[in-house]
Structure formats: structure tokens, C-alpha cells
Design a protein around this ligand. Structure first.
Ligand code: TGC
Ligand code: FAD
Length: 394
């Protein structure tokens, strides 16, 4: 019978989850972690405060590291495993949810539909430049009156000779104002179709949404399409139903299941360090039982969430992951990350409300993460339907 080890667990990897990763996964994870700690963490508080993002420089850097569309095969993409992509998302979001969003949108929401549903010519035209970060994309599904129910979209496209004319408004679109190309989903006589719209096409505009109190290191925009004319070969030929956009969401939600744990880990580690340094009543606040309880709850949530994400990653790499299991990951890891962030904030006391520490920024960001890519309620209903066989959406 094997014995038990009495080695003290690593407070930052209590269950030694690293031992479940391959050497290659650890190398890639460490490369992204190093980049984030050197280039993102020292600057992102200022970007967040100013509501700005150095998007061109980031796109180029992420392209150089091979993060854009990294889990796709061919066309200049790195072709890593899904688990490796997830681990990259985790490290990026430990920097900031907006940074992970930037990479998610590019890889999972814009490159993925072109890769999955596009023609050979569309793939050759767009994917290599997007992988290098030379072209930035955005994904237009949500509308002012169609959020959780995107099938109710009003944006429409109709054939006009050999072209299509697209009209409508999209709302809350990440990267909208900085994008070179938009994948826009529109209702047509042939079902819901995806259009590749270069953003310099006449009739297309993308005003930025200001006054956000969350995800401030990320550009969010409205997309306005007024008689936007695109040729027939700009429509994605491979899909003509809601299956198109919803397939992209599976990819991005998978990345969020990992990413949210990155934000939670950053909050936990910040609170752990702070609680050891900060003294009250002549003792480190980490020595109080109530603080230890909070630290342990956070540590357990981060470890449990990492295991869950890793399990989903392994299933995706085996081709066994279902959309309902992706919902499980998005639902549970995001709500727990938000709880960890709120708990961490309380440990930091007054310092917890400043941008000198990452916690409040993560906490505010996670309110967006809780809502986008399917709200907590929508993922409850997806899983509810899966376990009861009954649709409770309408
Ligand atoms: P339903 O009638 O059930 O199905 C319509 C068609 O879609 C297929 N399908 C899926 N395919 C792939 N993956 C999935 N997860 C799918 N779910 C359904 C289905 O088989 C059917 O195909 P076909 O070929 O037979 O027509 O779908 P519904 O319209 O009733 O929708 C169900 C619901 C409510 C779950 C869905 O609308 C939903 O997920 N709503 C939430 C909306 C949402 O998540 N929006 C996200 C916008 S993008 C964003 O937030 C980006 S944030 C930036 C970042 O990620 O960082
Ligand atoms: P609503 O759908 O109006 O929901 C409001 C509330 O009602 C929620 O609590 C919801 O859960 C609840 N609700 C709705 N229906 C039900 C139901 N049947 N049962 C129970 N409760 C229900 N979209 C894109 O297409 N591309 C992007 O790049 C993108 N980026 C985003 C970036 C940011 C910063 C934000 C905040 C959003 C972004 N979104 C994007 C939009 C996002 O996907 C939507 O906000 C989200 O899908 C929810 O839609 P809604 O905000 O209209 O809320």
C-alpha cells in the first residue's frame, strides 16, 4: 500500500494540478504566464482606468507568441490542443478578462467560423493574417433587442444581383471599433447566415460604447449596417442556421471556463499575500480564523475550478465534450470566480477598492463575464433542459 506524503502543499497549487499537465502544456502555459506578468500586469490597471487598450501592439505580440486561433489547424494557426488553448486563456485572464476577451473573440468567434464554415478562398484570405495579428476581427450576434435570444435578431440580408445587402444594428460587440473585419450574423430567406464584412465597406460604422464600469481594458461597440453591400463570396457557405453562431459560442465559452479561473487565481493570490503582510491587533490578518476560512474557500474554489476546466479540456481533445458540458464549465467557474473576487476584496479592506491591487478590477470585469457568452441563467436552463428533457426558455 502506498504511503501518504507529509510535504506541505503549495499554497498556489494545493492539489499539485501541475502534475496533470504534460511538459509541453507547462512550457506553453509558462510562456503565456511570463508574457502576462511582464507586459500586461504592470500596465493593465492604467489601461483599465483610462478605458484604453493598445490593441495593435497586443495583436502583434499575441500573433508572435502564436496565441491567435491557436487551437485551429493549418492556415498559419498553431494547431495546439484545446487544453493548451484553455491554459493560455487562464493565464491571459489572470492578467485581465478584457485581454482574454481580445484573444477569445479573434480565435474562437472570428477565426473559428471562417475555419469551420468558410470556403477555401475565405480561409486563405483571412486566417493567416488574423493568426499573425495583422487583421483584427469582431463577432456581431447580439442586438439591442436580441441578447439571450439571438434567434430573434432583426439584422437581415437580402440578395441584390450577385451581391448581398445587409441592414441592422448589433450591440455590445467586443473589438467592434478597432476591427478590420466583422463576422456578422443576419437573417436571410435561406436562414441565419454569417457574413464576412470588411469594416471599411460603405454603410458600416462602429461607434464605441463608453462609460463602462466593467471590462474597461477592452473595446466594446455598436455595429451599424446601412445597406452594406458585400459580394456573394463573402457569405460563409458552410452553415445557414443558428447552429453557425452557436457553434462559435461553444468555443469561446470553453475558453471562459478556463479564463475565469485565471481571474479568480489572481484575486486569491493577491488576498493571500496581502493577508500575510497586513497587521491588525499586532498580528497578520492571515492569523485570524475568519480570514483563514476565506482564504481556504478561495483556494478550494480555484483548485476545483481548475480541475473542472482541465477535465473539459481533456474531453474536448478526445472529441467528447458536449455543449451542455461547456455550459457547466462556464456557469460554475464564472459564478465561483465572482465569489472569490468579492471575498478577496473584503480581505484587502479599503485597499480592495483601489486599482493599486488587481482585485476590484477583476471583480468588476467578472460581472461582464457572468453576462456575456450566455448569462448564468441561460446556462442553468441549458443544463436544466439536459437533465429534465424539458425546455424552460420560453
Ligand atoms: P435551438 O432552437 O435549440 O437550436 C437552433 C440550432 O442551433 C443548434 N444548436 C447548437 N449548435 C451548436 N452549439 C450549440 N451550443 C447549439 N445549441 C443549439 C441546434 O442544433 C439547431 O441547429 P439546426 O441546424 O437544427 O437548426 O436554439 P435557440 O435559438 O432556442 O437557442 C438556445 C439558446 C438560448 C441556448 C441560445 O440562443 C443561447 O445560447 N443564448 C445565449 C446567447 C449568447 O450566449 N450570446 C453570446 C453572444 S457573443 C458574446 O457574448 C461574446 S463576448 C466576448 C468574449 O467571448 O470574450
Ligand atoms: P438579456 O438577454 O436582456 O437578459 C437580461 C436578464 O434576463 C439576464 O439576467 C438574463 O439571464 C435574463 N433572462 C433572459 N432570458 C431569460 C430566460 N428565458 N429565463 C430566465 N432569465 C432570462 N455579443 C456579441 O454578439 N459579440 C460580442 O463580442 C459581445 N461582447 C460583449 C462584451 C461586453 C462587455 C458585454 C457586456 C456583452 C457582450 N456581448 C457580445 C453581448 C452579450 O452576449 C449579451 O449581453 C448577453 O448575451 C446577454 O444579453 P442581454 O445583455 O441583452 O441581456
Amino acid at each position: 500500500m502506498s504511503d501518504i506524503s507529509f510535504e506541505r502543499p503549495d499554497p498556489r497549487d494545493f492539489l499539485d494540478i501541475d502534475s496533470l499537465l504534460s511538459e509541453e502544456e507547462i512550457m506553453l502555459r509558462d510562456a503565456v504566464r511570463t508574457y502576462v506578468r511582464k507586459e500586461i500586469v504592470p500596465n493593465v490597471g492604467d489601461w483599465w482606468e483610462e478605458g484604453e487598450l493598445p490593441s495593435d501592439a497586443l495583436a502583434k505580440a499575441f500573433g508572435d507568441i502564436g496565441l491567435l486561433g491557436m487551437h485551429l489547424e493549418g492556415y498559419g494557426c498553431a494547431g495546439t490542443s484545446a487544453t493548451a488553448y484553455g491554459l493560455a486563456c487562464l493565464e491571459l485572464e489572470a492578467g485581465d478578462s478584457g485581454i482574454r476577451s481580445f484573444v477569445s473573440v479573434q480565435g474562437s468567434l472570428v477565426m473559428f467560423p471562417i475555419w469551420k464554415f468558410g470556403s477555401e478562398e475565405q480561409k486563405e484570405t483571412w486566417l493567416p493574417r488574423m493568426a499573425k495579428g495583422e487583421v483584427i476581427g469582431c463577432f456581431g450576434l447580439t442586438e439591442p433587442d436580441s441578447g439571450s435570444d439571438p434567434a430573434s435578431m432583426r439584422t437581415n440580408a437580402s440578395r441584390d444581383g450577385g451581391d448581398w445587402l445587409i441592414n441592422g444594428t448589433k450591440m455590445w460587440i467586443t473589438n467592434g471599433s478597432i476591427a478590420d473585419v466583422a463576422v456578422v450574423w443576419a437573417r436571410t430567406d435561406e436562414g441565419v447566415r454569417g457574413f464576412i464584412v470588411p469594416t471599411d465597406t460603405p454603410g458600416f460604422s462602429a461607434p464605441e460604447i463608453k462609460k463602462k464600469a466593467s471590462l474597461r481594458a477592452s473595446v466594446t461597440s455598436e455595429l451599424i449596417l446601412e445597406d452594406v453591400r458585400v459580394p456573394d463570396d463573402f457569405v460563409l457557405p458552410g452553415v445557414s442556421s443558428m447552429r453557425g453562431p452557436l457553434s462559435c459560442l461553444n468555443e469561446a465559452r470553453f475558453g471562459i471556463a478556463f479564463g475565469a479561473i485565471g481571474a479568480a487565481r489572481a484575486c486569491y493570490e493577491s488576498a493571500l499575500d496581502y493577508s500575510i503582510e497586513r497587521h491588525q491587533f499586532d498580528r497578520p490578518i492571515a492569523s485570524f480564523q475568519l480570514t483563514q476560512k476565506k482564504l481556504v474557500e478561495m483556494m478550494v474554489a480555484v483548485q476545483r475550478g481548475t480541475l473542472l476546466a482541465l477535465h473539459l479540456g481533456r474531453r474536448k481533445d478526445d472529441g467528447k465534450l458536449t455543449p451542455e458540458q461547456v455550459s457547466f464549465g462556464k456557469f460554475d467557474n464564472v459564478r465561483n470566480a465572482l465569489e472569490v473576487a468579492r471575498t478577496a476584496r473584503s480581505i484587502l479592506g479599503a485597499n480592495g477598492i483601489t486599482l493599486e491591487y488587481p482585485v476590484f478590477r477583476h471583480m468588476a470585469n467578472l460581472e461582464t463575464v457572468y453576462t456575456y457568452e450566455g448569462t448564468n441563467e441561460i446556462h442553468s436552463l441549458v443544463m436544466g433542459q439536459a437533465i429534465t428533457g424539458l425546455n424552460a426558455f420560453t
